[in-house]
Design a protein around this ligand. Structure first.
Ligand SMILES: [Zn+2]
Ligand SMILES: [Zn+2]
Length: 278
């Protein structure tokens, strides 16, 4: 089985800029591309900060200026796509905000999620993924950016809010890394935290192939550490338009197999099961 469990429900707009389109018809375009590319099931995971129901959680302008859409409309669109018989799952990409776990839980609790992704894009109010000269990179050396990123990611693991950690070593996206022994320790400590969380999966994401680093997330070291501890995986493209659905997933499947994985996680109503990978 091939799943693509991370994508944003949009349509290609003018000038190549995607536009929010939280409708079942928009979902159908993603399903069509998935079918062409041999992907059996897809999961929609819009960013949590696009929804005004979450507005109390955000302080930065990047989030507040996007926080304008209705979470019920989004959920209804994916539920309607399911009702049409399409092989889709209802998810959300949730930024982990340390100290705000209760509010995150309460705002998401009323909805029939199949799975929730936990993401760290931002640490202490500073982005890590916009520009290697800005955000957290402007304030700290590489070792310290990595340290703070992985502390936040382990917090996301321990929070119990999530089913999957998405792009689990996003911090490498600009290709900036500390020394190998420091990287190794982050991988081991993070895999320990994920294992301790119990039932939490990690995402093998091809999005990193299209970033400056040009690599799949996570590093083989982190994936190996997770497999040794029995942590399951999903596979994902992080598509923002239909044409990106399933992009390079064959590479993600080969990569996971090389690390010793032979199953992939499938979610239904936040219950996970393992299916043969590929
Ligand atoms: Zn993300
Ligand atoms: Zn995403």
């Amino acid at each position: 089985m091939i799943v693509d469990y991370h994508m944003h429900l949009r349509r290609p707009g003018r000038n190549g800029v995607e536009e929010i389109d939280h409708t079942a018809d928009a979902a159908e375009r993603f399903v069509e591309v998935a079918a062409e590319r041999g992907v059996d099931e897809i999961g929609f995971t819009e960013h949590v900060y696009y929804f005004r129901q979450t507005s109390g959680l955000w302080a930065q302008q990047y989030y507040t200026e996007r926080c304008a859409y209705d979470l019920d409309t989004y959920v209804d669109a994916v539920v309607e796509a399911k009702r049409r018989g399409l092989p889709v799952k209802l998810g959300l990409e949730v930024d982990y905000v340390p100290g705000r776990e209760r509010e995150l839980h309460d705002v998401l609790a009323p909805y029939p999620w199949d799975f929730l992704l936990g993401s760290v894009h931002d640490v202490e109010g500073h982005h890590i993924d916009h520009d290697p000269r800005e955000g957290l990179w402007k304030h700290f050396p590489v070792e310290e950016v990595w340290r703070r990123y992985f502390i936040a990611l382990r917090g996301a693991a321990r929070s119990g809010l999530f089913d999957v950690l998405s792009h689990p070593d996003l911090v490498k996206l600009f290709g900036r890394r500390p020394a190998p022994d420091v990287v190794f320790l982050h991988h081991e400590e993070t895999a320990d935290a994920i294992e301790a969380a119990g039932g939490l999966a990690i995402e093998v994401s091809t999005a990193g192939l299209h970033k400056p680093v040009g690599e799949i997330y996570p590093d083989r070291g982190l994936l190996d550490a997770c497999r040794e501890r029995g942590v399951p995986i999903t596979t994902a493209s992080d598509a923002h338009v239909p044409d990106q659905v399933g992009r390079d997933l064959d590479q993600a499947v080969d990569y996971a197999r090389e690390a010793g994985y032979d199953t992939v996680t499938v979610f239904d109503g936040r219950r996970a099961r393992q299916e043969p990978l590929g």
